[in-house]
Design a binder for this molecule. Structure first.
Ligand code: G3P
Ligand code: CA
Length: 263
């Protein structure tokens, strides 16, 4: 209700279903994305790779090895060959506690299939992965965004590659961008760095382990959204919310949803 929302300072924290509800179902399958929706995830997070014949597919790794029954690089597979792979059985073997026979034989989805399934008003949080390996991936992404009339108010394009983000902006300045950042030790953000990123990005996605409250405050004061990844423990979610993050990536969108409602 309105009263609850007014009393809840964290009610607008975004719940980003990382690779779908990938704690419970095989990542980057339509099943995992649908589960993310049912668990009240606001955004579906999608990593992009590109096939030999130039189709964008949802997959995290540059090889199919970890998340399918095949081996080899995505760029050496045609879409037809990718479609022959089983993208679900690995999950049942790796996570017996969440195994489900209906995951066997799930297919790798194309971005086009995802847009057709969830339609234009779903909130999509799409990452250009390995843009150096896949020239033209930004053009193809934006072609599909246009073709399916994806609502750009609720679309976020993310990348670790600033170059890839700039390319997206050259092609379409109205797309909102998130700069991903990876740290290996205690993260420090200067006002200048934050201001520089604010010139092109609406927000940043840092890995959460090395952050502190000062980092989050600096980013927020520069007007940046802060969406740390990948936060799966409730104690970490709570700490980050208390520091003022505006959303987070999680494999367990139901846990974050409950926490946001409780706060
Ligand atoms: O996109 C946010 C987060 O997913 C970045 O890391 O490796 O899981 O894509 P990765
Ligand atoms: Ca990602």
């Amino acid at each position: 209700t309105t009263t609850e929302a007014a009393n809840n300072p964290h009610d607008d924290v975004l719940d980003i279903a990382h690779r779908g509800a990938s704690g419970y179902a095989p990542e980057h399958t339509l099943t995992s994305y649908k589960m993310g929706d049912r668990m009240h995830g606001d955004y579906i997070e999608i990593d992009l790779q590109m096939t030999k014949d130039g189709k964008l597919i949802a997959m995290h790794d540059e090889t199919v090895d970890r998340t399918t029954d095949g081996t080899g690089k995505v760029k050496d597979f045609t879409l037809k060959q990718i479609k022959q792979l089983d993208a679900g059985s690995w999950f049942n073997e790796k996570y017996p506690q969440y195994a489900n026979p209906r995951y066997e034989g799930l297919k790798v989805p194309t971005l086009e299939e995802i847009f057709k399934t969830f339609t234009k008003n779903k909130k999509y949080y799409i990452e250009t992965k390995s843009p150096d390996v896949y020239p033209g991936m930004e053009e193809e992404l934006l072609r599909l965004v246009r073709k399916y009339h994806i609502n750009k108010d609720t679309l976020l394009v993310q990348s670790f590659s600033k170059e890839s983000l700039m390319k997206v902006h050259e092609l379409d300045p109205s797309v909102k961008l998130i700069q991903l950042l990876s740290y290996k030790k205690h993260a420090v953000l200067t006002d200048q760095e934050a201001a520089d990123m604010k010139k092109y990005a609406v927000g940043i996605g840092p890995n959460f382990n090395y952050l502190d409250q000062a980092y989050v405050q600096t980013a927020r004061q520069a007007g940046l959204d802060v969406h740390p990844y990948t936060v799966n423990e409730i104690t970490d979610m709570q700490r980050l919310m208390d520091w003022g993050v505006t959303g987070m990536f999680t494999n367990f969108p139901d846990k974050l949803h409950r926490l946001i409602k409780e706060n």
